[in-house]
Design a protein around this ligand. Structure first.
Ligand code: G3I
Length: 353
């Protein structure tokens, strides 16, 4: 039985973890994922929350036996990191990064500028351009700089476009600094960690269409202006039955700009109650998404949004939907996990001579 001991746990907590419910056996299909992902040279990541990472041995076991990287689901967002102006709380981010390093996992940083999960002092403040610029630079410098060389990639800009639209979202940053807030934030992150891969992360672009076109135009403009943009994150929150046919084609367009791409927040939500047939189909949908990444030379990996169905954002945000991740509420692997393994188990594509 493998037991991952969390950094900083007291002896009492470690003992409690040892006595916890028996962990699933290592050697199930989940343990094939990191091996196969490494053969393909891609990451298979998962979004993690701090509380279960600290307190739930089964949760930790799924993360360390199945995945090669972690993304902080919430704890690196602005309201967690700087809840009051000038007061930084590193407990959550440190916990995630320390856990990852102790277990040989990479870390994706999520996220620097986003219109959600901003503290009141920020979203309700009335800042002029100079002051807001100072606030932004300080936050980015402190957060990215703290983990310089330890967090390989950052979602610098999250969801810059209007939900359904092709216009830049009218968020705090856009309203005060104008459209160049995006390049400014990229430069700020680059200064804080010149080695980090810097991303724009967006949803609703996976199937192409006007929003993807608008993001493409923005990315091309940034690349042409020499801004430190390295990647595009395809969030990929899918509904069962609506996983796009040509995700690879959409991703490839962006790689032709010289950018890398990643599937950053994959889940496939299923209407309640989840039937066996739906879960079997969901396996094929997970397989297709991972295959799409493997089919694109510049796709660096896939991150699943939630360790298990008991830790998924879906039931709260989409009542009537459930079962969106590859593990059930008791951390038992679902057919979706087989779908991931099947995709990764394909022979690597032959290198063209
Ligand atoms: O912070 C409060 C805490 O004080 C309170 O005790 C607790 C009680 O429920 O709620 C906490 O807030 C929750 C927060 O996550 C932090 O845990 C909210 O209820 C919850 O709605 C919030 O949801 C997160 C959501 O972003 C917020 O926008 C999800 O967990 C998280 O998965 C989701 O992640 C986003 C990505 O960052 C960007 N892409 C979309 C994706 C899904 O919305």
């Amino acid at each position: 039985m493998a037991l991952v001991v969390f950094a900083g746990c007291s002896a009492v907590l470690v003992a409690a973890a040892v006595l916890a419910v028996a962990l699933p056996e290592v050697g199930g299909r989940e343990s094939e994922v990191p091996v196969l992902a490494a053969e393909h040279g891609v990451d298979m990541g998962v979004a993690v929350a701090v509380e279960p990472l600290l307190w739930d041995g089964d949760y930790r076991h799924v993360v360390t036996s199945t995945y090669t990287s972690v993304t902080a689901e919430n704890t690196m967002k602005w309201d967690s990191v700087q809840p009051e102006r000038g007061e930084f709380d590193w407990s959550g981010p440190d916990a995630v990064v320390d856990f990852a390093e102790r277990n040989g996992l990479d870390v994706r940083g999520h996220t620097l500028l986003w219109h959600n999960q901003q503290p009141d002092w920020l979203s309700g403040g009335s800042f002029g351009p100079e002051e807001l610029r100072r606030v932004m630079h300080e936050h980015v410098a402190r957060l990215v700089g703290r983990y310089e060389g330890r967090i390989g990639a950052w979602d610098v800009i999250n969801e810059p476009f209007a939900d359904e639209g092709t216009e830049l979202r009218d968020n705090l940053w856009y309203g005060v600094l104008g459209p160049d807030y995006i390049a400014e934030a990229l430069w700020a992150a680059h200064e804080a960690d010149p080695g980090a891969r810097l991303y724009i992360n967006e949803f609703g672009i996976e199937d192409g269409g006007p929003k993807a076109d608008a993001l493409y135009a923005l990315a091309r403009d940034l690349v042409e202006r020499g801004a430190p943009l390295h990647g595009i994150g395809f969030q990929s929150h899918f509904v069962h039955g609506q996983v796009p046919e040509d995700l690879a084609g959409t991703m490839r367009r962006f790689t032709e700009l010289g950018l890398e791409v990643a599937v950053t927040e994959l889940d496939v939500r299923v209407p309640e109650p989840p039937t066996e047939e739906a879960l079997a189909d969901q396996a094929g949908e997970y397989r297709r998404v991972v295959e799409a990444c493997l089919d694109v030379a510049g796709c660096v990996g896939v991150t699943v949004w939630g360790v298990g169905d008991g830790h998924s954002w879906i039931p709260e945000w989409f009542p009537g939907y459930t079962a969106a991740t590859p593990f059930d509420e008791d951390y038992r692997p679902k057919p979706a996990l087989d779908g991931i393994v099947e995709a990764l188990a394909r022979r690597p594509a032959p290198v063209a001579s």
